[in-house]
Every structure is written in C-alpha cells, then in structure tokens.
Design a binder for this molecule. Sequence first.
Ligand SMILES: Cc1cc2nc3c(=O)[nH]c(=O)nc-3n(C[C@H](O)[C@H](O)[C@H](O)COP(=O)(O)OP(=O)(O)OC[C@H]3O[C@@H](n4cnc5c(N)ncnc54)[C@H](O)[C@@H]3O)c2cc1C
Length: 493
Amino acid sequence: MNKAVVIGSGIGGLTSAILLAQRGWKVTVLEQHYRPGGCLHRFFRQGLGFDTGFHYVGSAGPDESFGRIMRHLGVYDRVQWRPMDAAGFDVLRFPEFEISVPRGLTAWQQRLEEAFPSEVKGIRAYVQLHREAVSAYGLYNLDLGISSLDVIRWEEMPLTTVLSELFSDERLRAVIAGHGAPLYGVPPSEAPFGVHAVVTDHFLGGGWRIAGGGDRLAKALCSRLRELGGEILLRAEVDRIQVADGVATGVILKDGREFSASLVVANNHPKRVAEMLPAGSLRPIYRERLAEMSPGRSHFGVYFRIRGDLAVCEGRNLFRYSTWDVEAAERGGDLGEVPFYFLTAPDPGIALAIVASNWEQWSSHHVEVPSLRSGEGPAREEGYRRQKEVMIRAIVDTLRREHPTVEWELLDASTPVTAAHYLRTPNGASYGHYHTVGQMGRYRIPSAVRVRQLVQVGQSVAFPGICGAAMSAYSGLGGVLGLETLVQELRAL
Ligand SMILES: Cc1cc2nc3c(=O)[nH]c(=O)nc-3n(C[C@H](O)[C@H](O)[C@H](O)COP(=O)(O)OP(=O)(O)OC[C@H]3O[C@@H](n4cnc5c(N)ncnc54)[C@H](O)[C@@H]3O)c2cc1C
C-alpha cells in the first residue's frame, strides 16, 4: 500500500489527506498543535467559542466551487451551512459612506452603478476584466479547461493600475480595494489583480458561516479521514524531511520519531519546508528567492462577550475604514491607531475584531517563540504587554464609540506572536506567503520543487482563504493523482 505523510492539519493538509485516502493511500497527518485544523482552530473563553482564521467562506452552495470540493471530500452534509445576508453579507463603511456587498457579481455591479452613476462605463469594464481574470484559473472555474498560461499576466498586474485606469472617483477605487485587501492581506499597490479577482469572486458567490465555526469543519474532515483509514497525530511537530537520491522518503519529528513514506505533503509555510530539507536538495536559485521573499502581514485580534444590539453584523461582517486610504490601512496603523477593523459576530452574544498588524512592531518585544510541545508560551517582555494593552484599549475605545448601544466585555486578545506560536508560520503571517505582484505570477511558490515525491499545499502555494487552501490540494496532488481526473470528478458532481 502507498504510504503518505502530511505535515500539518490545516484545510490544505486535511483535503490532501482525504484525496489520497479516498484512493487507497495509507495517510498519516502530523500536526504540531494539540488540536487539528490550523487556521480553522477555535478556542474557548468562559464557555464561548471563538474562531481564529475562519469567519465565513464564499461559494459554499452545493454546486459552487467550495461546496463542490466539500461534497467531493464527503463532508458537505456533516456540517450545517448558514448562508449570510444575500442582500449584503459584507458591509463596507468609510467616512460618511456605506455600501454593502450583495451575493452575485451582477448584483454587485448594479449596486456600484447606483452608488457611482458617473462611473458606469468604468464599472462595466471592471466587471468584464474581473470575469476574464477569473476565467484564467481552470481549477477555480470548472466550466473551463485547465489552463494556467494566462495567470502570469493577471498576477503581475497591480490592482491599483486597473483601478486608476478605469475609475476617476477615488472613493470607488477605495471601495473595490477595501473589500479585497483584508481578504488577502495585500495593499492595493502590490495586490495582483488575479488574486483580487478570484478571492473576491469566490466571496461574491455568497457568504456562508458554519454552525459551530471552523472547528466543526475541521472535525468533519478529520472524522472523514479516519473513516477512510487515515490517522491524525497531534503534538507531532515535524523537524526534518528525509531525502534519498533526490526523493522524499519520510520525516523525523522533533521528539525523534520517524515516519517513512513514499509521498510527503507539506501544508506548512514554504520557508519552513525549505528549512526542513537537507542542504543541497533544493535548487540554489529557489532557496535564494525564498529567503528574500516576505511572509505576509499578520493581525491583532480582540474577542468579546457582547450584550445589546450589534445589528450591523447580523448575517454580515463589517469592514470599517476610518480613512479612504486603503493602502495605508492595509499596511496597519501605528501603535494605538485603528484605521481599519473587521468586525464579525457569528454567534449570539459574541463578537471579534481583527486589525492588520506587522510582525516588526512586536518582534522586538519577545525573545523566542517556543515549540507548542514544550508547553511554554513565548517569552514576553513587559514592553510587549504594555503594547498589547495600548492596542486593546484603542480597539475597545473605538468599538464603544462607534457602537454605543453594545456592551463590550473583553475576553482575550491575540498578537502576531500568538499566530507565530500556534501556527508556526514565519512572522505570524495570516495568509502564509505574501501574495504580491512581485511574489506571484512568474515567482509563484510552486507545489513541486526539485525533491521528488514532495508536494507543497496550502494557502502559500495558492490563494489565501480556506477555499484557496483547499484548492491547493487539488492542484498540488494533481501531479500524483491526475489533475484532469480530479477536475472531472468535481465537474461530474
Ligand atoms: C485572522 C484570520 C482570519 C481569517 N479569516 C478567514 C475567513 O473568514 N475566511 C476564509 O476563507 N479564510 C480566512 N482566513 C484564511 C484561512 O484561514 C487560511 O487561508 C487557511 O485556513 C489556511 O489553510 P492552510 O491549510 O494553508 O494552512 P494552516 O491553516 O495554517 O495550517 C497549517 C498547519 O500546519 C501545522 N504545522 C506547521 N508547522 C508544522 C510542523 N513543523 N509540524 C507539524 N505541523 C505543522 C500548523 O500547526 C497548522 O495546523 C483567515 C486567516 C486568519 C489568520
């Protein structure tokens, strides 16, 4: 029997594991955390559950892109899908201006035309370009053949270039960029139009939550994998990937345990994968390029019990900008500033706010991020705690001022160091690789590297978001299982 090991139980890793197990592979998923799911992880405070990296997903209807993947994996009916408000699932709030994003690209076009009547021509051209860009991604757009030739063009085209060519109203540029930037974590001047188009398109398929949050999805994927004979080992941190004659042959854990396999699937960050490989196994040019590449930006999260009416978040998320400068907001404000926050309230009585945050603002305050298996938290200096307090205060004050009828009881907060600690991602990067024009297109991270029988999956090799990370498993394992076969199976559902 073919044996595979999967490093990491994020949605990219679990999707890969199920695809292999469905085809008779004996699969072992090795997860360093004490809970499976990666960004699907949910934590509890005072009995209330908070999601970390899953608040909603797009296109989860049974015949839409993410819904089809879930059906193909056999988990669609194991979770309860909760559609968000079709008339406006994301509310974009700017100074003295508000617009909500409805389900469907055509409805979104109409809403933009109503709000910006002098820009109708540009909006139509924009929608046309959006459709063309999305069509270049064969795996996303199942009605088309698999072609990836065009994607370089779309991924090397900055979003700002498109927006400034098509629109003269700066507010319209901010609205389009302001919906996308927080979803992929790149400011508009560096955001590839292809990434913007695909990520926003999948959300335009309609926003969906899951009852019980990302944790329920992680549990459903894990139980499906076990049913297929696979296993998931927790607190199993991979230290090295073994390679013989250019072929991956297994992994060694930090605690010394060894697992041999004829296929190694890496769901962790590509920079970390490179560190796990023996010297000389990667092409020097790839290693150098990887070393120069930035991991993406991180985030600061604040988690609340709420009492009162947060109507703006009923079936919706709030993207709130205090400025029209989306570029600056996406880069994260200075300490104590809140130029942007994402606010969501997926269950009654709770809410959480997320703001962009940079590793550099926090890294000077901590000594090291120890392995989770050590049971120790990162060593944090007094300065780190003070800085965290300043950010919490700024966010809480902003929320109290802007939503005065709600009572906000702070239950916890997380920083980029928290993300680095729990996900072992460099710089606590929220979306893995920094998906910029300079790091996508020709310089995209490949799923196959020089080491044979090693496949990289996850958001870094595809698109940010749980749909993107799940799709990465199809494109990555396409070389092993046959991409055309996988696509045909998805199409036939
Ligand atoms: C704050 C935040 C909010 C988000 N909100 C949304 C949202 O609402 N909707 C959406 O679609 N997407 C959202 N995302 C993005 C989405 O969560 C991710 O794109 C996706 O879940 C990434 O999946 P992945 O499989 O690539 O990796 P991950 O989920 O990062 O999984 C990687 C796994 O590898 C494990 N690992 C790492 N190193 C090792 C090692 N050495 N040994 C063993 N295991 C290891 C990690 O512990 C982790 O479990 C959000 C992300 C963040 C951070």
